[in-house]
Design a protein around this ligand. Sequence first.
Ligand code: ADP
Ligand code: MG
Length: 695
Amino acid sequence: MNLDTPIEFVKGVGPKKADVLKTEAGIHTISDMLTYYPFRHIDRTKFYTISQLRDDLYQVQLRVRISHVEMVEKGRKRLVATAIDNTGKMDLIWFQGLKWIKNIVKPGQDYIIFGRVTQFKGAWSMMHPEMEILSEKALKNAFGLHPVYHSSEKMKAAFLDSKGLAQIVHTILQSPLDPIPENLPPYLTQIIKLPSRAESLKQIHKPSSPEDLQKATFRLKFEELFYVRLKLLMQNKIAKRTWKGYAFTQVGEYFNNFYSNHLPFQLTNAQKRVIKEIRYDTSAGKHMNRLVQGDVGSGKTIVALMSMLLAADNGFQACLMAPTEILATQHHKGISELLAPMGIEVELLTGSTKASKRKIIHEKLQSGELKFLIGTHALIEPDVVFKNLGLAIIDEQHRFGVAQRAKIYTKNQYPPHILVMTATPIPRTLAMTLYGELDISVIDELPPGRKPIQTRHMYDARRAEMYNFLRSELVKGRQVYIVYPLIEESEKLDLKHLEEGYEVIKKVFPEYKISIVHGRQNAATKEAEMQRFLNKETQIMVATTVIEVGVNVPNASIMVIENAERFGLSQLHQLRGRVGRGADQSYCILMSDYKLSEEAKTRIQTMVRTNDGFEIAEVDLHLRGPGDTEGTRQSGLLDLKLADLSKDQKILQLANDVAEKILEKDTLLQAPENQILKLELHKRSAGKTIWSKIS
Ligand code: ADP
Ligand code: MG
């Protein structure tokens, strides 16, 4: 038998169980079974005495003698046994299987018992303990760290509960298995002092000690993260070597003129730094693939604009793509206004651009007359042909898939430089694994003079108070957003909430005008409503999350989020970022029900505590795990079985540093001692589309 042996050939498994293992847990081979890691271990290395019991012990093991057994009929019928040791006494209690247990629990007999202890009025008890008659053999069997595995209902029905799975693993580890091959080179395992793969796979299931378990876990996590980083870094390095890119060799008239005469404010240091990074990247004749992370309001637009000017200075066209029509329109408006004094024309192309206009745009793009195009994904359609596209900027990138990014690559002879801008701060661990093939810039500084947004949490009972507060701000000429949840655009119920909310607001604020925007409206209506709000014709904007991304109305200073408990953290943060864009003190009010889950409470408290997007992203990662963070699911990069990106930053950093070092010397992994790495990389990416070819 070896790692590739089908699971049904393991003694005690057979075709029926094998089927369940395959469909329920994806376990097809011995290797799959051995990497079906336990999610925790039950510690039975220690025996407690009754006097040592504490409330915070999860499960404990004791050696006791039964002194008395009694069936209690009063209240819920139960069997109560009194257990004693030299230090005290406790009760063992059963509610089920009473007859059977009465026969096996004998006064005067010594047992090993294991279970959860609880204390009531100073007396300790254990319900439904696991127990065995005390003997040398029983002691030996019980002793150790026992693995606990996840198991589904269907698995349990096929005797594949945690114990059943442990039995299979045990059988595998006891049988004459071919040596488990190592997948890290000896020079690595020696330097970092990692146990062998074979040893680690044994220890993680049935550790000989907590220390050995810790070592094995470390090794297997390292292995996972190391290969993720090795692959991404290699892609990045190879792309840099092989992809020719357009060289923006000079900073010219466009850039300089704008910088000296038309920049409406001083750039922050962070903005300057990022523009420099982009300059450096694009000047070298290599293809740029860069992600710019910057919290909402950090001023990404100006960075985009100045990069576009750089492209123009070098004879190239540039385009900026936004995820929604509203956003594209707003970018177009803002950027054309900034460029108008310089006589630079910018066109807008979206799904609702009229055919006649479209035709003109197409012509001007092909002739090169038009330098800058802004739009939605309409601008990556095949019929949009550029004369010489040198830079494509994608705003709010999580809405665009990798495949869409790839389309841009074909828009010129060499792939245009790519700048991806996201306002969803991503914790470093995620960035390293999700966007590992991109270089990353961070705008970690807000423009000066901003007053931090004040965030409050209010229960529905304080609604009248909230309305009074809104009125006091409206009177000062401010504008207000009121946002309702809309998880799915098709959820009728949510739309109803929104519409009811709208009716209420109309009644409460008869003296003010109200805009309403939601996903069911057509683009023109949405746009018109937004426009009215932007022009201050309306003072209150009732909306769903369609306004979440990017919309900029500096005079709006209050964001009310209804049913805040239904929003995710990153969404709440995005929404809050709609205010605080002007000079006035801004507020975010989170309205919620009284009934809040622990998670919802943490989310709301986090929002009240901090405005820092990166901190919020870290909390989000801890709450939901990486699988739920936006963009991770489709990435397919995160089939991590053991490593946890919310906890294993240090291991990831180590894995990254080691991978960097190796690739620095041997980018293509050609050295004999690195063949083992190459082989494993191939194995790990078998059957997967490698986007690296294009991104
Ligand atoms: P985001 O990063 O969220 O896209 P924007 O680019 O929309 O942010 O910028 C938010 C606001 O801050 C805009 O009104 C913009 O004009 C302004 N802004 C950007 N950079 C600066 C700066 N360096 N100084 C002052 N205001 C700035
Ligand atoms: Mg923006």
